[in-house]
Write a protein that binds this ligand. Structure first.
Ligand code: BG6
Length: 480
């Protein structure tokens, strides 16, 4: 089915999104140091293993496999992959820089030239085709040394290490990269701090104190990055990145409506409020009091946060969350990673993530209504099992349906008055799943011949969605 959508503005940034640790491989090449993703085992239990008490952050090949070590070998195959992105007509490509390619341990005084030169090559290749890189500075790739020796973002010292890293990459790539983002899904740490903050809470009592102190350090670090970016690359745009899942009250019971509102403030808006408005929101003060949180804030921090506000909000959108106060264990939804209860109006993906394109329109309206700064959907997509046919084709019509509905929802949000800069769907080429380590949870327009057990030729193939997305971009979202 083809339908018309005329909402997308000229210059809309169509493209795809990835993260270094999920595509590059070459985990020990080019003097790269180990990062948190390098000790993530394969399999559905990977995050539980990483967070379990006594986990020593060592690689143990006898016990586990490590899919991120080779990933899809973008490290060596980036030219071939970028040529395919260009064929689809990408205007932008979202990728991240692995901090450990630039500072292998995170706390060195000198940067690693081999790592810097690698990203020069990748950016040059993109620019050759007129594709603008959109770079996430930190996407679940914290140097392992900073995790083990400093306790991750709980340590104030990490702010200075990050500052150094940021200054090096901004200076080096200032002529090549005009779109930047600080921390991937910064608010996700409220559910699970290990990947972005590099620690697991010591215990439930200390959980909030540790997490919010680490947030404070990240807010200061983000403000430093924003200021440096504006000074060094005045024409650049630098944003934050938020995992946005609108919270729906389960029913019209005012108690549930209030509950949903409070959950949404904390999870969806807290980080955005600090990044965009440059100050801690009023609603967080009673929360801090209730949880006995006392932040260590140094002189000048709050001024810095005020000065370092972002130009745009990058968001990931995969699902909404329906929730109610006092839900029982049986009522809790299975699979929806943001939690809540099952929404009877929604279907779910094979991994239990509830599919809700209208929720994307709602999210964009909510965010724009609150902040009035440009939005950028930098992640969205369907993780699904794909079937490689004997003739090499992949008929992923279910993915096209999912993406079409979400693109249409973005068009409707634009018609609602939302200022939307672009859309980079997640995993434009199949990659290693963050939450499960599977290759079989595929998001791509491009199929990569690699299986969960690590076997496969790594050959790339175009799925049906590849041809569909090419037309979407060509028509600026008119032909869906
Ligand atoms: C986002 C992350 O949470 O969701 C990505 O920024 C991740 O790194 C994506 O890959 C999809 O999640 P998953 O678990 O299906 O890979």
């Amino acid at each position: 089915m083809i339908s018309k959508q005329e909402a997308f503005p000229k210059g809309f940034l169509w493209g795809g999104a990835t993260a270094a640790n999920q595509i590059e491989g070459g985990f020990n090449e080019g003097n790269k140091g180990l990062n948190i993703a390098d000790v993530l085992p394969g399999g559905k239990e990977r995050l539980q293993i990483l967070m379990s008490a006594g986990f020593n952050f060592e690689i143990n090949r006898e016990k586990y496999t490590y899919p991120n070590h080779e990933a899809i070998d973008f490290y060596h195959r980036y030219k071939e992959d970028i040529a395919l992105f260009a064929e689809m007509g990408f205007k932008v490509f979202r990728m991240s820089i692995a901090w450990t390619r630039i500072f292998p341990n995170g706390d060195e005084s000198e940067s690693n030239e081999e790592g810097l030169a690698y990203y020069d090559r990748v950016f040059d290749e993109l620019l050759k085709y007129g594709i603008e890189p959109v770079v996430t500075i930190s996407h679940y790739e914290m140097p392992l040394h900073l995790v083990k020796e400093y306790g991750g973002w709980r340590s104030r010292q990490v702010v200075s290490f990050f500052e150094k890293y940021v200054n090096v990459i901004l200076l080096r790539y200032k002529d090549k990269v005009k779109y930047w983002m600080t921390f991937n899904e910064i608010n996700g740490a409220l559910k699970m701090p290990i990947m972005s903050m590099g620690f697991s809470p010591k215990n439930e009592e200390s959980r909030y104190q540790e997490t919010f102190q680490a947030f404070h350090h990240q807010f200061v670090a983000s403000a430093i990055a924003v200021k440096a970016c504006k000074e060094m690359i005045p024409e650049a745009k630098i944003g934050c990145m938020i995992l946005f899942a609108p919270v729906y009250p389960f029913d019209s019971n005012p108690e549930n409506i209030l509950y949903a509102l409070k959950e949404e403030e904390l999870f969806n808006y807290f980080c955005g409020d600090v990044h965009v408005r440059g100050e801690y929101p009023a609603f967080i003060k009673p929360f801090f009091k209730e949880k006995n949180i006392e932040l260590e804030i140094q002189d000048g921090d709050l001024d810095l946060i005020k000065q370092g506000t972002v130009d745009y909000i990058g968001l990931s959108y995969y699902m909404s969350r329906t929730d109610k106060k006092g839900k029982s264990e049986e009522e809790k939804s299975q699979g929806n990673i943001v939690g809540g209860v099952k929404n009877p109006f929604l279907n779910a993906s094979d991994w239990g993530w509830e599919i809700d394109p209208v929720g994307l329109r709602i999210s964009l309206n909510k965010l724009y209504g609150r902040y009035q700064i440009p939005l950028f959907v930098v992640e969205n997509g369907l993780g699904a099992h794909d079937q490689l046919e004997s003739d090499g084709s992949i008929h992923d019509e279910y993915r096209i349906d999912y993406l079409r509905d979400h693109v249409r929802a973005m068009g409707e949000a634009i018609e609602d008055g939302v200022e939307l800069m672009g859309y980079t769907s997640w995993g434009c080429i199949d990659l290693v799943s963050m939450s499960t380590g599977e290759m079989s949870k595929r998001y791509g327009y491009i199929y990569v011949d690699k299986n969960d057990d690590g076997s496969g030729t790594l050959e790339r193939r175009k799925k049906n969605s590849f041809h569909w997305y090419k037309k979407v971009i060509e028509s600026n979202g008119e032909v869906l």
